[in-house]
Every structure is written in C-alpha cells, then in structure tokens.
Design a protein around this ligand. Structure first.
Ligand code: ATP
Length: 253
C-alpha cells in the first residue's frame, strides 16, 4: 500500500506498514503488533513528541550505557523492523553488541532478525542462545553467554516486565524505552525513557556522541537519576495535557 507523505498520520502509518512487512518476513509476531498498538495509544497522550522529561532520561541513559563495562542492546522483532539502522548506529557509538532476544523465540526467527540487523549495518549481532537467565520462565530467558548474560547494563525497548525484573535481580542495570509509564518495565528499570523507540534512539546516539569527551566522574553525575520522579512527571504531563485538551476540545458544549 502506498501512503502519501502529506497524510497527517504518515509516520504512524509507515510504522504499521513496516511491522506488517516484518510479520510477512517472519520477524515480527502478531502479539508484537498488538503491543505496538498499546504504545501508539500512549504516544497519543504524549502528543507524539519527545518531551523534556524523555530528553532528561535519554541523557541519563546514555551516560549509564557509556559507563558500562559490557553494555548490550537487546533487540526484539518490533524494534528490529522499526529501526534497524538506528540500532546499528547506537551499537557502533557504544561499541556494544546487539543481541536478539525474543518472547516467541524460534532459531529461524532469531537468525532472520540477526541477518536483517547485519544488512542494516550492525557490526556485532548475537543471536545464538547458550545461557539462561535464572528466574524467568519465558523464552526470553535464553541469552548469549558473551552478551546479555555477561553484561552489566542492558538497553531494552518495547519489552515485557518479566525480563526487566529478572535482569535487575541479577544485578544488572536496565535502561528502557517504553511509551507506557505504568508498565512493569517502566517501573522497574533504572532509567526509563518514555518515548517512541524510533524517536528516542537517534537522540540517544547523538547524546552518546556529544558526551564522548566527558570524564567518568562527569558521566556518573549525569547517570544519577531519579526514575520514579521522572515517571511521576510523565504522568503529570499526560494528565495536564488531557485536561488542556478537554478545555479546548471542539466537542465541548
Ligand atoms: P509490562 O509487562 O512491562 O507491564 P506490557 O505488558 O505492556 O508491559 P508488552 O505488551 O510486551 O508489555 O508491551 C511492550 C511495551 O512497549 C508496552 O508498554 C508498550 O506501551 C510499549 N511500546 C509499544 N510500541 C512502542 C514503541 N514503538 N516505542 C516505545 N514503546 C513501545
């Protein structure tokens, strides 16, 4: 289907097209399309823009990833088809591998996603699972021993809460990109970037580049972040925006 660029919802419709094509190519799953819809609803509440609160979380998250000994970027079917080039760019900026981690895992699906990421420019892609995260029932427990298993900081996006909790229990730090400030992932991560993943990733990469010259002490200061306070701020932002809209909504008599 051809979507005209002047369509008011062009970006959103293009994303849906990408996910549908990803499904046809065996990379996204139907459940992933539903999860995207939940994200879209929250993005509507944010006004489909990166808020100053998200920008602050991006800065803290970038610093946390830069301070990591072994950072890993976890990739699932949705993020792989929505923004493969941006994931590859962030991997290069952080000198970090991308690791394919799937809730509905099959070796074939993981391999296809890895190939897709490599063809988008990713240099290091891990997709073979040879270790398991304890305390996790889902297929997401299957990880690479040289990737997520050995990591100290993991970036996750469009993620379910079970794995974030399991990673935290293993003592890892989690930077999450999640449009739902109420999700378990958002609540449990060390830094939650409440923003749409395709908007947040380029900003995260730019932030990493712009902080290259900072010392470890300076980065540590920036990585000190009150996630609960930021999430409260996001909820207030959404609530105030809805109140404002309720006053100006044309349907109001
Ligand atoms: P949790 O288990 O953490 O409570 P959940 O049950 O909502 O969360 P999923 O259904 O797996 O978990 O959904 C993934 C999350 O990703 C949702 O919170 C959704 O809002 C978010 N999400 C979906 N699409 C995007 C996107 N494009 N960018 C950022 N976040 C997204």
């Amino acid at each position: 289907m051809r979507i005209p660029p002047e369509h008011p919802r062009y970006a959103s419709l293009m994303q849906r097209e990408r996910l549908v094509r990803g499904f046809e190519a065996g990379m996204t799953v139907l459940q992933g399309l539903i999860a995207h819809g939940r994200g879209e609803a929250f993005d509507y509440l944010l006004g489909e823009k990166t808020t100053p609160l998200a920008a602050a979380a991006i800065r803290a998250g970038a610093a946390m990833l830069m301070l990591a000994r072994k950072p890993v970027i976890s990739v699932n079917g949705n993020t792989a088809v929505l923004c493969p080039e941006e994931l590859a760019r962030l991997g290069r900026a952080l000198n970090a591998p991308l690791e394919v981690n799937l809730f509905y895992r099959s070796e074939e699906r993981a391999r296809r996603i890895a190939e897709h990421l490599r063809s988008a420019g990713a240099e290091r892609v891990l997709w073979r699972a040879d270790a398991e995260i304890e305390g996790l029932e889902s297929e997401r427990r299957k990880v690479s021993s040289s990737g997520i298993y050995a990591s100290d900081v993991v970036l996750v996006a469009v993620e379910d809460g079970d794995r974030t909790g399991a990673l935290k229990r293993l003592g890892k730090k989690v930077v999450a990109i999640d449009l739902n400030p109420l999700s378990r992932t958002a609540q449990e991560a060390d830094v939650t970037i409440v923003d749409e993943v395709t908007r947040a990733l380029p900003l995260l990469t730019a932030q990493v580049h712009s902080m290259q010259r900072l010392s470890a002490e300076e980065l540590e200061e920036i990585a000190r972040f009150d996630n609960a306070e930021n999430l409260r701020g996001v909820l207030e932002f959404m609530a105030e925006r809805l109140l404002e809209l309720s006053r100006t909504c044309p349907g109001k008599g």
